[in-house]
Design a protein around this ligand. Structure first.
Ligand code: SER
Length: 948
């Protein structure tokens, strides 16, 4: 039976017994947060079991695509290393919802396996639940007795097992119950009884009959369900293995097309079905790789078809890890250089698209997503492997110590190696990875990401500010700094009153140390980090020394100028010039004023619910978080930009004044940050009207449209100073919170002109004829869109343009393929005309330049059919390595010829290998230059074979 017949037989069997054959659910369970992926056929019926949902049928059957690569059921690490575990497999399922129970389930399972599929009784073992004291559950002797009573199974083949094997649960919580499993014994002498549930590839579970009776709640407690249900699931690929008399799932027609195509794509020696020994040889590693890739592509394709995407977290990260594993195996052991995985998608679609139409519907997108991921990992993979190999060599030289956490972290952080991948690669060299060290590095990195910058200066600053916070309150107050000048000037003559050393001591002796420390001044023009605005940088200059200020921080009323002494020394009381980096600060002021205009614009465009939830203003940008449910539309973004730009164009004056909090609050339209605690005396910043005006008539409706905020930050004097404004990012940061990023001045202008430039480049690409140039142009554009600061709208326009161009490129590619197909056809005709005669048989051997495998195969079929009796060998040349097909009409096969033998004969000249059937074999050669010689030789050789 073919796998398709096996599947159909299952569904028909249950249909005849009153089961509705239903479509499977998607592998991405969008509505069940307890699941990463659909891990069983019963997932879609969870509500029925729990009694919270109903269906209009009480019996159902289907073939469910299931992913077990994360969460409670996870087989990922076995995949490729054995013959029967998969990340994605098909589960043939049947259900009774409170209808029939154990008796029918058991009886039918036996009937189907033994009588319909014809598996001999002595190859089958069954198990039942032995009970569990912890859960207060008795042994399921009812199931045991039913096996004896209703089937012909020999009682010596019925085995009890505990909770781990015979109590099935969907996840940590949810429907569950005791189960009875059927195992197949493939040992030649049927000695497999003791190997049941022993992880032996010769004896494996094929069908699980679960008797769903309980629900497990969040505290781990079981409670009985309102009704008893049957939930059975059979491993389709395993069943096919048994029924096709194989010993490995990979030897069945489920995997054969993928393995063959993989060989074509990589040109590696054919899959040889070896299993890894303790010290795997190259050939064994190659076979593992074949299995891993053939398995993983299925998982990726199904998951992407159902809406998942490789990503940095959650199920997306599971997919990314799976994809990167496959790519690494392909590169390292199948010798492939560029992206190749995506090339398997059409084969999978052909093979499974009828049963799972979603594959066909999304085939192009699946291939594209995979291709992109392959490319991006491909860029760092080789360098990463080099780094790994150097580290591994060293680890081995030092007596096989583990790969250090630093290297593992770097591989993750810089080269995109998921930690499990690094562990696998290390394992292949007999090494372990220091996972504790790796975790520590990860934690540090997270810590750094939480801080503002992540450089050394930031760490020092944080340490110093924390140390200063420990000082006695009176000591801090005594060192209070007058920072009023920050609103008026960028430089000021003042003096040092004290300095804070690295140990956190406030000192008054001369500062001569060149370690990072904090200088306290009597007065300062430096702005200390506060209210989302970053602190200033600059220099302190005395007659005797120069101190570089990397950041300014406030500890109560004391301002710390954190940095390092660059030359000489500083003394308390000495005159000192404090000089702020003015250009940087001007940018900060522009961006801060832009924040206020943005806040107003958002409110105008989106509505009054727009509450500020956080902001960060530095010299490069303003970043603003606010409460809002949905993503901003292009129209909204445009309107917000226009509002801010209008304020800039109007050249409005920016005013400020310190006033008592109560008075400030009386001003209509005043904005304060929700939840912030303000002092009694506050500063009001208003754009376009003097604060005195506002206070004179606080209730006036005129103020409703103005930007009036409580704010301690520094601003430009006039909105015209901003020059320009553009939003560069709009995204979600948390549920219900959006984040926008804006830039001003030269940064806004350059983002704009860059977008214009890129759009022009995109337009120019429309007329590019050459496909390679078009592709590289598109790749460049995509990289720019991903990596450069561009206005959101421009970026969107670019993305649209790129999408159109990509579609166009694809159309052209298709047209080219068609043209190529026509050429191949013409070539086939020519080959038929020049065929050699061997009696009544034609010997046709030749090259079909630039054909792909499908075209070659088509040409071959056509030739066989036209000639009636023929031996055909076709080489696709054009690439470095030729692909070849050999085919025979059935009369020649009956006469004892074998296409695989032709392949071997060809291999003697062009190298490489291949495989297939007696009537059709395909392979890959190593050396295209040798093809003419092979053509010449094979013609004569085949004639001899046929005539002899
Ligand atoms: N839910 C059970 C399993 O997945 C039977 O369908 O094994």
């Amino acid at each position: 039976m073919t796998s398709k017949e096996i599947r159909d037989t299952f569904l028909r069997f249950f249909e005849e017994r009153g089961h509705a054959v239903v479509p499977p659910s998607p592998v991405v369970p969008l509505d069940d947060p307890t699941l990463l992926f659909t891990n069983a056929g019963m997932n879609q019926f969870k509500d029925v079991f729990l009694g919270t949902g109903t269906r209009d049928y009480r019996r159902a059957a289907d073939s469910q695509k299931v992913i077990r690569a994360g969460g409670k059921h996870n087989d990922l690490d076995d995949v490729g290393h054995d013959t029967y575990h998969h990340t994605l497999f098909e589960m043939l399922g049947s259900w009774s919802f409170g209808d029939y129970f154990k008796r029918d389930a058991i009886r039918w399972a036996w009937e189907l396996l033994h009588e319909v599929y014809g598996i001999p009784a002595e190859r089958l073992h069954v198990t039942y639940f032995a009970g569990d004291a912890g859960d207060g559950l008795e042994a399921d002797t009812e199931a045991r007795d039913l096996w004896i009573e209703t089937t012909g199974v020999d009682p010596s083949r019925i085995h009890p097992f505990g909770k781990k094997d015979n109590f099935w649960e969907m996840a940590d919580t949810g429907p569950c119950g005791p189960c009875s499993e059927i195992h197949v014994d493939l040992t030649p002498d049927l000695s497999g009884g003791p190997l049941v549930n022993a992880d032996d590839p010769r004896v494996f579970e094929v069908w699980n009959l679960v008797f769903i009776q309980y629900n497990r709640d969040g505290e781990g407690k079981l409670s009985p369900l309102p009704a008893s249900h049957v939930d059975t699931g059979m491993g389709f690929e395993r069943l096919v293995t048994v029924l096709q008399n194989k010993t490995s799932n990979y030897d069945t027609d489920v995997f054969a097309p993928l393995l063959a195509r993989l060989q074509e794509l990589t040109g590696a020696p054919a899959y040889a079905a070896t299993m890894p020994s303790d010290e795997p040889t190259d050939g064994e590693m190659r076979d593992i790789s074949y299995r891993v890739v053939a398995d993983h592509i299925r998982c990726l394709a199904f998951a992407i078809a159902d809406g998942a995407q490789p990503d940095n977290e959650g199920r997306g990260y599971v997919l990314r890890r799976i994809l990167r594993r496959a790519v690494r195996y392909g590169r390292q052991y199948l010798g492939v250089e560029g992206p190749f995985l995506h090339g398997l998608v059409p084969t999978l679609v052909d093979q499974m698209g009828d049963q799972f139409p979603e594959l066909r519907d999304h085939g192009d997108r699946i291939a594209e997503v995979i291709h992109e991921e392959e490319e991006s990992f491909g860029r760092t993979l080789d360098t990463g492997l080099k780094l790994f190999n150097a580290a591994a060599d060293e680890a081995i030289a030092q007596g096989r110590r583990p790969i250090d956490g630093e290297t593992a972290f770097k591989l993750h952080d810089t080269y995109g190696f998921p930690i499990d991948l690094t562990s696998i690669i290390a394992g292949e060299r007999g090494l372990e990875v220091d996972l504790v060290g790796y975790d520590a590095r990860m934690e540090e990195a997270r810590e750094r990401a939480r801080g503002t910058g992540g450089d050394g200066a930031v760490d020092h600053a944080r340490a110093l500010v924390a140390a200063a916070g420990q000082l006695d309150g009176a000591v801090i107050d005594a060192a209070a700094t007058d920072d009023g000048p920050k609103f008026e000037t960028f430089d000021l003559t003042t003096s040092m009153t004290a300095w804070l050393d690295g140990d956190g001591a406030l000192r008054r002796d001369p500062l001569t140390s060149d370690s990072p420390c904090g200088v306290v001044l009597a007065a300062t023009p430096f702005y200390a980090e506060q209210g989302g605005q970053v602190g200033d940088r600059g220099v302190l200059r005395s007659p005797t020394g120069r101190f570089r200020v990397d950041g300014t921080h406030r500890v109560r009323d004391m301002v710390l100028h954190v940095g390092t002494l660059e030359s000489g020394g500083l003394e308390v009381g000495q005159d000192l010039e404090a000089e702020v980096d003015a250009d940087r600060r001007r940018s900060i002021m522009s961006n801060h004023t832009a924040t206020h205009l943005l806040n107003l614009g958002l409110r105008e465009v989106l509505g009054d619910h727009v509450q500020q939830r956080g902001s960060l203003v530095d010299d490069a940008k303003t970043r603003f978080d606010f409460a809002h449910r949905s993503a901003l539309t292009q129209g909204e973004i445009e309107a917000i930009e226009t509002a801010v730009e209008k304020a800039i164009g109007d050249g409005l004056e920016v005013h400020d004044l310190e006033v008592p909090l109560e008075r400030a609050k009386s001003i209509r339209g005043l904005r304060a940050v929700f939840g912030e605690k303000y002092p009694d005396q506050v500063r009001v910043v208003s754009v376009g009207a003097a604060v005195e005006h506002l206070l004179g008539e606080p209730d006036s409706h005129r103020w409703g449209d103005l930007s009036i905020e409580l704010c301690g930050g520094t601003h430009v004097g006039n909105t015209g100073d901003l020059g320009a404004f553009a939003l560069t990012t709009e995204e979600a940061v948390a549920k219900g919170i959006r984040r926008v990023v804006g830039v001003t001045g030269a940064a806004a202008q350059s983002a704009r002109s860059r977008a214009v430039e890129l759009l022009e480049r995109a337009s120019a690409l429309t007329s590019v004829e050459d496909e390679g140039t078009l592709r590289s142009g598109l790749a460049e554009l995509q990289a720019a869109v991903a990596g450069e600061v561009l206005p959101t709208l421009g970026r969107q326009r670019l993305l649209d343009r790129i999408g159109t161009l990509q579609a166009e490129a694809k159309t052209r590619q298709r047209a080219a393929a068609q043209q190529q197909g026509a050429k191949a056809q013409t070539r086939a005709r020519a080959l038929l005309d020049t065929a050699l005669d061997a009696g009544d048989t034609k010997v046709i051997v030749g090259e079909v330049p630039n054909a792909d495998a499908d075209q070659l195969r088509e040409a071959l079929d056509w030739l066989r059919q036209k000639a009636g009796s023929a031996a055909v060998v076709l080489f696709a040349t054009g690439g470095k390595k030729p692909v070849l097909f050999a085919g025979l009409t059935s009369d020649l096969v009956d006469g004892g010829l074998d296409a695989r033998q032709i392949l071997r004969e060809a291999g003697k000249i062009v190298g490489g290998g291949g495989g297939g059937r007696p009537d059709l074999a395909q392979g890959g050669g190593k050396d295209a230059a040798k093809v003419p010689e092979a053509v010449e030789h094979l013609g004569g050789w085949l004639r001899e074979q046929i005539l002899s």
